[in-house]
Design a protein around this ligand. Structure first.
Ligand code: HEC
Length: 185
């Protein structure tokens, strides 16, 4: 082996050994963003979104087996009150700690900043169904497939996709507590 080849091999070997050690050292020195106030790593949010979108596209149900009727929307509102409102709020009553989470818990009854809906209205019920069933890792969003029935998850998904539409009175009473105006008013 020529001297040049030898040097090259040594260089590659050192790189293979030293790079992971340097990365490990960086972790051990407490540099990873682990506190809520820390800045996310470059590309962290983007890569997470790409991965989540791809997974949802692959696994979300193809059909919605439950009709978005009064029973479903009222049932969805009860599920929402009991399992979701603590983090995602109701209209006019945003949850104070939600912005002190990383990622933040979106307030699902707030009109969107793009002015095109309320919370996740318009996002397909099948996508919401996947997220509520499976949860979102490292975010605080729980997986509900073992604690809610499939029907309950469909009902709350149908409620959220229709959050900007007229809702039956019993559902409105829960997600728009007395005194709070209806969406868009
Ligand atoms: C302990 C707090 C907590 C509870 C309880 C909770 N969530 Fe979440 N949820 C989160 C957080 C935090 C996120 C943001 C995740 C992210 O951005 O990656 C989230 C994200 C979501 C999203 C995705 C929003 C988007 O913009 O795509 C939906 C839909 C959702 N939650 C619905 C629900 C429903 C329905 C329930 C009740 C059955 C529920 N969540 C209960 C914390 C919570």
């Amino acid at each position: 082996m020529s001297r040049m080849m030898g040097g090259l091999v040594l260089g590659v070997l050192l790189g293979v050994v030293l790079t992971p050690l340097a990365v490990l050292g960086w972790f051990r020195l407490g540099n990873m963003p682990v506190a809520v106030a820390d800045k996310t790593l470059p590309l962290e949010d983007k890569l997470e979104k790409i991965s989540l979108d791809a997974r949802v596209a692959k696994e979300q149900p193809k059909i919605v087996p439950v009709a978005a009727d009064e029973t479903a929307l009222n049932g969805g509102a009860q599920v929402y009150r009991d399992h979701c409102a603590a983090c995602h709020g109701v209209y006019g009553k945003p949850v104070g700690f939600a912005v002190h989470m990383s990622p933040q818990a979106p307030q699902l009854w707030l009109p969107r900043v793009d002015g095109k809906g309320v919370g996740v209205s318009g996002v397909s019920a099948t996508e919401i169904y996947w997220k509520v069933s499976n949860g979102i890792r490292q975010s605080g969003m729980p997986a509900y497939k073992d604690t809610l029935s499939s029907n309950e998850v469909w009902q709350v998904s149908l409620l959220l996709t229709n959050a900007d539409k007229p809702l039956p009175p019993a559902a409105l009473e829960i997600v728009h507590p007395q005194g709070a105006p209806e969406p868009g008013k």
